[in-house]
Design a protein around this ligand. Structure first.
Ligand code: ADP
Length: 265
């Protein structure tokens, strides 16, 4: 949509002349709408666990004679839901630091393969718990990369934990990595539920989830991939879905080996 301003061309109206300013406010409206949507999402996401905490606590307070096992299971819900809220707030803080340019990345040269090993190791237990086979293979030797190791490990962890979450038990998850020109890449492939075509463009958006109930059940906040994208962008890299035949999902992360991030080297 367009907005029209008519302004006198010169301070002295007698001289005449009118300046016509046409503003395209479409972008501005879109940004406003996104902001409103975001606030609505945040409120909703926080209200759900709060409502649960409140009602379980209320029941506990009102029924001193509850069997101990029941009381205990109520307390567990309360603990789980408060953990959820903590997660959401932490993720929101991370995103807001990016928004305000206050996310200080700690750049260093680190061995890319070692970081992937780390992430694989920390996910191994969770994968096993779900009966998944988690395989890792590198194409050639991986170089050192100039980046914030901790944040990049977080990216890999987010992607890998999604593969674990969105694959029915007993699935297969493959992590591969290699070098291509001046970049390194990493791919996580699963044979899970996959992402419907119409959602593929949107899963990197804040709070966007294909199946809210499923995501929540597995402890998701709907912010993992948007955080991953911010971190990767700060490294001048890319994160995207790769179309592969067959069921499941493949996410690919590409990062410059060094020298392009923030002009720091
Ligand atoms: P969440 O906390 O919900 O997992 P993310 O931002 O990490 O949030 O992911 C956004 C959504 O993308 C998920 O809710 C899920 O619907 C979809 N998604 C992400 N990874 C996968 C995957 N490997 N398989 C299927 N769906 C996925």
């Amino acid at each position: 949509s367009l907005e029209l301003f008519l302004a006198p061309f010169s301070k002295d109206e007698a001289q005449g002349g009118v300046l016509v300013v046409i503003h395209d406010v479409t972008e501005q409206r879109k940004a406003e709408e996104l902001r409103r949507e975001f606030v609505a999402n945040v409120s909703h996401e926080l209200r759900t666990p709060l409502t649960n905490i409140r009602s379980y606590a209320e029941t506990l307070a009102a029924s001193p004679d509850l069997p101990p096992e029941t009381a205990e299971s109520f307390l567990e819900v309360i603990l789980r839901e408060s953990d959820r809220m903590t997660h959401i707030v932490q993720d929101l803080l991370t995103l807001s630091r990016f928004d305000y340019g206050r996310m200080e990345l700690k750049f260093s040269w680190f061995p890319f393969g070692e970081a992937i090993d780390n992430v694989c190791r920390s996910m191994q237990m969770e994968a096993k718990r779900h009966g998944h086979k988690l395989e890792k293979s590198f194409v050639g030797t991986l170089p050192r990369v100039w980046g914030d190791r901790e944040r990049l490990e977080q990216v890999m962890l987010n992607v890998l934990s999604n593969a674990v979450k969105y694959t029915p038990d007993g699935g297969e998850i493959r992590l591969t990595a290699g070098t291509e020109g001046e970049s390194v890449w990493m791919e996580v492939t699963d044979n899970g539920i996959g992402i419907p075509e119409e959602d593929k463009d949107r899963i990197f958006e804040r709070f966007y989830r294909v199946d809210k109930a499923r995501s929540r059940e597995s402890g998701g906040t709907g912010l993992g991939l948007s955080i991953a994208r911010e971190i990767v962008m700060q490294h001048k890299g890319t994160i995207e879905l790769v179309n592969r035949p067959g069921p499941g999902t493949t996410v690919r992360v590409t990062l410059p080996i060094g020298g392009k991030a923030d002009g720091s080297l």
